[in-house]
Design a protein around this ligand. Structure first.
Ligand code: ATP
Ligand code: MG
Length: 237
């Protein structure tokens, strides 16, 4: 059984439908990417999984339960963390305080939270050095690490990532690539949404192509990398 099984998902804003019956599966332990151009509905898809959209239909089965029946605040404790588009770190709070917010639903287990934070600092030594620095004073790449670290504080089994590479320099994108691989290797199932098709297909095992609210293609990352339609439309080669 898939960890996440999305069936015929429709989502709308103010009466305008944006997802038109999306089907998508993510197996436990997999690294899956969703690629697609601007306004394809990638962020909407992740927001629907996190329970942030009021107008949805279909099914989002996670470990067999339909997430559409839950409220947004009930999702993190089910084992799903969301790294939002644009990072949304809290600029006037320290790195450590930002991270702590991601573990809110685990607050009764402070010692475990501390140990999760220690492992995040091992993963991102640059955050350890800056643990008391205000997040708003960090570089874009460092803020992205805070956003990812904050999500990991929830100890997710499924990590949703919305365009983590956006606005980052190529060298930092390479660091991000390595960090995502390392997180996946710790056993976290990954669902990555990206306009950066090259990054997405180099890090994921399987990918879905979303176009104007429909999944138009899916396959192994290798297959999609060799697909002439993908190469022309998304890789420019
Ligand atoms: N809060 C909202 N209210 C109304 N329409 C919205 C809202 N958020 C998104 N939309 C519309 O839904 C469609 C899909 O948007 P979405 O943000 O999911 O796309 P995306 O694939 O994430 O795009 P991008 O790559 O630019 O982030 C767009 O046409 C957008 O204008
Ligand atoms: Mg988006």
């Amino acid at each position: 059984m898939s960890l996440l099984d999305i069936r015929n998902l429709r989502a709308a804003y103010d009466g305008a439908e944006v997802l038109h019956g999306v089907n998508l599966r993510v197996d436990a332990g997999a690294f899956v990417a969703v690629i697609g151009a601007n306004t394809a509905g990638k962020s909407t898809l992740l927001r629907a999984i996190s329970g942030l959209l009021p107008r949805t239909s279909g099914e989002i089965l996670f470990q067999g339960d339909n997430l559409l029946a839950l409220q947004a605040h009930q999702i993190p404790s089910r084992g799903i963390s969301h790294v939002p588009e644009g990072r949304h770190v809290f600029p006037t709070m320290s790195v450590e305080e930002n991270l702590m917010l991601g573990g809110y639903h685990r607050r009764a287990h402070m010692q475990e939270l501390r140990s999760t934070m220690d492992s995040i600092f091992v993963q991102f030594p640059r955050l350890a050095e800056r643990r008391r620095q205000l997040a708003g004073t960090l570089s874009g790449g460092e803020q992205q690490m805070v956003a990812i670290g904050r999500a990991l504080m929830g100890k997710p089994s499924l990590l949703l990532l919305d365009e983590p590479s956006h606005g980052l320099a190529p060298k930092i994108v390479q660091e991000l690539h390595d960090a995502l691989v390392a997180i996946h290797q710790t056993g976290v199932t990954m669902l990555l949404v990206e306009q950066n098709t090259k990054l997405a297909l180099s890090v994921a095992q399987h990918a879905f192509v979303l176009q104007s609210g429909d999944v138009v293609l899916e396959g192994s990352a290798q297959t999609l990398l060799n697909d002439s339609r993908i190469r022309e439309a998304y890789l420019g080669i």
